[in-house]
Design a protein around this ligand. Structure first.
Ligand code: ZN
Length: 123
C-alpha cells in the first residue's frame, strides 16, 4: 500500500516544519491541505486512514485533510500537443489529439502539502 509511505512522508514533513519554524505552544494541527497529481493514483480514503493511524499521539492527530487534485499535463512528442488530460480511465496514457503513446509528462505526479492550519495553546 503506497498510501502509507505518502502518509509517513507527509507526517514527517509537517512535524519537521513545525520544529524548524520553532513554533511554540502548538496545540495541534487542525487542517492539512494537499495537492495531489492524478498520476500518483493515490487512494485518498486509504491515505486519510493511514495518516490517522500513524499520527496518533502527535500534534497531527485528528487533523482534517483536504485534497485538491491536479490533472496530468503532457506534451506529445509526435504532434506537439500540449495540455491537460481530461480522461484518465486506465493506466495507459495517450495523446488526446493523435493517440500517440510517446508523451512527456510535465505534471500530474505531484504530492505537495499546500498549507497547514495550526492551533496554538492559549496562555
Ligand atoms: Zn499527439
Amino acid at each position: 500500500m503506497h498510501e502509507l509511505s505518502y502518509a509517513t512522508s507527509m507526517l514527517n514533513t509537517i512535524l519537521d516544519t513545525v520544529k524548524n519554524h520553532n513554533l511554540k505552544n502548538v496545540k495541534r494541527v487542525s487542517k492539512i491541505k494537499l495537492e495531489i497529481g492524478e498520476l500518483t493514483f493515490i487512494n485518498v480514503e486509504q491515505l486519510k486512514f493511514a495518516f490517522q493511524v500513524i499520527s496518533k499521539s502527535t500534534i497531527c492527530e485528528g487533523a482534517e485533510i483536504e485534497v485538491e487534485f491536479i490533472k496530468p499535463y503532457v506534451t506529445c512528442k509526435e504532434c506537439e500537443y500540449s495540455g491537460e488530460l481530461e480522461e484518465l480511465e486506465d493506466l495507459i496514457i495517450s495523446c488526446p489529439k493523435c493517440g500517440s503513446l510517446s508523451l512527456k509528462i510535465e505534471g500530474g505526479k505531484e504530492f505537495n502539502i499546500k498549507n497547514i492550519t495550526v492551533e496554538f495553546e492559549e496562555d
